[in-house]
Design a protein around this ligand. Sequence first.
Ligand code: LLP
Length: 432
Amino acid sequence: MSNTPAAGVLPGHPFVHLRADQLFVEEVALSELAAAHGTPLFVYSKGAMLNALAAYQRGFAGRDAQICYAMKANSSLGVLQVFAQAGCGFDIVSGGELERVLAAGGDARKIIFSGVGKTPREMRRALEVGIGCFNVESEAELHVLSRVAGELGRRAPVSIRVNPNVDPKTHPYISTGLKGNKFGVAHEETLRIYQVAASLPGLQVVGIDCHIGSQITEVTPYLDAMDRVLDLVDAIEAAGISLHHIDFGGGLGIDYQGDTPPAADSLWAQLLAKIDARGHGRKKLMIEPGRSLVGNAGVCLTEVLYVKPGEQKNFCIVDAAMNDLPRPAMYQAFHRILPVAPPAASATVACYDVVGPICESGDWIGRDRELRVQGGEILAVLSAGAYCMSMASNYNTRGRAAELLVDGAKVHMIRERESTADQMRHERLVLA
Ligand code: LLP
């Protein structure tokens, strides 16, 4: 299918739609996928990913810009391949993510390496494959990177991640640009640290970087952060250190529950106007979006195992759990939950907590949801493309779910369901 949204779509989910009471992703009925592949099952729309990417591409039309997909949002190879083929770079935070990009056919020169705790081994490998830039987060890291690069006879391209001390007005666990956060270097320290970077033999200063948080739904924090970053650009360049690019991070939110984040193109029209007005319009721009490229491209299908009425609460027990969908347990996050087909006439309407089989009270997926359900039905948990599979675990020795990529009427298996043997593969019995 082309990446044009279908009619009858759900708000915020242009590639998920209802057709004759059946929920579809692109041209494929979700009930059929659940029957064929079992549950829990992640289903991603390629069209939705490309559509989300297109909004950024429109925003940067005619500019020297590079979109680096923040792959921590969803690092499955089949997803990375979609973005690699669309010409994206990647924002990585570990040596493991680096190997995934290379395995998916990504271009090493378009990789930027973020994170507060890069190891010398990770730095060495990244230098060997020739990544585009290291986003350095502390003075101590600068010294180690310069030494590692020197040992290889190279100069490492660096940006310094600055902490603009702007409140992104999001959940405290995913806000990163405030003074109390572990990320970046303090605004007041930035110039001095740039001078250190410029003096180190193994480094080449190429840019400046900032990322203020995630699931941001307002424009103002971005505009404020851009002002603060541009102030620093002026100060750094006045000190004789020239900057080739500005990396403005990621963080744009998605519609989970009627949220209304700005569209990527309109946000960037405002940010570019600011950059131009301050005379930096010819610098290369880099961004690191994650959630906004994949979040609403994915759903997680789960089967209702049991309905358990209670005195205070009714529980709808499903076969997906906090190991598959960790966001509600970790951030009290909301995901819409919908049946994929009309419920059986015998099903009762009630208010349920939708919970998984894991032995923790925190194992819930949705609270106080009005649902008409009975055992055996399939539910779709929406907005499950970002920070679900990439944060999945094996808690309770639950294998990780399978993943499918839908492209029009075509369905590609991009990850097989993990077996118990897979989980035990690296373990050893030691007692005779
Ligand atoms: N760049 C850096 C340096 C980051 O730390 C992050 C996300 C991104 C880019 C991408 O941000 P995005 O565009 O996806 O908002 N697990 C949490 C989100 C953690 C975000 C961590 N950093 C959640 O499920 O809400």
